[in-house]
Design a protein around this ligand. Structure first.
Ligand code: NIG
Ligand code: FE
Length: 388
């Protein structure tokens, strides 16, 4: 467990210290955030000189589909030519994922998790859901675990065997066969409740069964149509309801009252052209909002949280501070993790140094590569934009 002294930060997100600031990390956890001149002298520990640049908590990407094989370029091109998106496209990725070896799946996750890290993500939730059979869903979760041991990013595994219901009796199979085989490898259970995917009743069955295996529920809801997923997420007190493009005021009130985090995915809206979730209304209702990439080959092939933050500011009308908070603390809340997403004393030493003296640049300079350094559990893992 590492020690690190970050010196001369121009500012630290979530802290009001003015002037050069230091962050002391001991045993992988934040021990102090204090004016640089007040750093007590003691035994030498490794240092990272931020040189006046700003420091943020590591990004928490709370919705990603990192295990898959193949691509959907042809489907994307067809959409550009006017074809609408349909959930059924998932089956193409299912075919490719079933045909891939475990080694190939692991290599794909390692590649994507490394891309996450280089863009400042230190924790990423990752879902199975592109195999849709017992062996394949289990293998997908195994791939996440194997990849997690090879990249310094925390991968939080979610079972999404209910990504579609491709034939009659499929939900029975999820409940009776897949869940017992997969639950030991996952922390959350998710379902895609939408037009062309699962009905509210089927999603309820899957999430309840997931709970009986000790998994916490989260739910894809109200992405393609207003189909009742948000109210189901509130009823089950899910950790999160995700997408929410079509959520109405009653949904928003129910989710806020039930403590369900609204995980919003502006890159999906951007790539599919399905309209943007009512982010401001969620915040006004007192809901916790998280921002995530939804990285997947069908609707949002990006691992970049800076891109998502930029979109959230422009398209949702969030302030940059609101967007950063949603991309860090909000994500942590949706994963029910209290020791990440904020650089308070006792939190894990996961942080990002941006190559600028003002984090407003995340939205102001879209597409610029601003992540210079990344620290994971007190270890300096990305230096000047490169893996160490
Ligand atoms: O979150 N909405 C469900 N799943 C993915 C898309 C899946 C796909 O098209 O491959 C999503 O957008
Ligand atoms: Fe998704």
């Amino acid at each position: 467990m590492a020690d690190l002294l970050v010196r001369r930060a121009g500012a630290v997100f979530g802290h009001s210290t003015t002037g050069p600031t230091a962050i002391v990390i001991r045993n992988g956890r934040v021990a102090a955030v204090l004016p640089d001149r007040d750093v007590p002298s003691g035994p030498l520990i490794p240092e990272l000189d931020a040189g006046g640049r700003v420091v943020l908590p590591g990004f928490v990407d709370s919705h990603a589909h990192l295990v898959f094989a193949g691509d959907r370029r042809a489907e994307f091109a067809a959409r550009l030519a006017g074809q609408p998106y349909e959930a059924g496209g998932i089956m193409q990725t299912v075919e490719a994922t079933r045909a891939a070896s475990l080694d190939d799946l692991v290599a794909g996750v390692v590649e994507r998790a490394t891309a996450c890290l280089l863009d400042g993500t230190t924790t990423v939730e990752a879902k199975s859901g592109y195999a849709l059979d017992v062996e394949g869903e289990r293998r997908s979760l195994e791939a996440l675990h194997l990849a997690g041991a090879r990249v310094p990013v925390d991968i939080v595994p979610t079972f999404l065997g209910a990504h579609l219901a491709p034939y009659d009796g499929y939900v029975d199979e999820v409940v009776h066969d897949m869940l017992p085989a997969c639950a030991p490898l996952a922390r959350f259970c998710d379902a895609f409740c939408d037009e062309g995917a699962l009905s509210v009743d089927d999603a309820r069955r899957v999430l309840r069964a997931g709970c009986s295996y000790g998994l916490l529920p989260r739910l894809h809801a109200e992405e393609l149509a207003h189909s009742g997923g948000a109210r189901l997420a509130a009823e089950l007190r899910c950790a999160s309801a995700d997408h929410l493009v079509h959520a109405d005021d009653a949904d928003i009130a129910a989710l806020a009252a039930a403590g369900v985090v609204a995980v919003l995915l502006p890159a999906t809206s951007h790539c599919v052209g399905i309209g943007y979730a009512p982010a401001r209304r969620f915040l006004d209702a007192g809901a916790v909002v998280a921002l995530a990439t939804d990285c997947n080959p069908g609707t949002s092939y990006t691992t970049s949280m800076p891109f998502v933050i930029g979109l959230a500011c422009i398209e949702y009308g969030l302030t940059v501070d609101e967007a950063i908070r949603a991309a860090t603390w909000g994500g942590a809340q949706s994963l029910r993790l209290d020791d990440i997403g904020q650089l308070h004393v006792g939190a894990r030493g996961d942080l990002v140094v941006l190559d600028t003296d003002d984090w407003v640049d995340l939205a102001y300079r879209p597409g610029s590569h601003l992540v210079a350094d990344v620290v994971k559990d007190g270890v300096h893992v990305v230096c000047e934009g490169r893996l160490r």
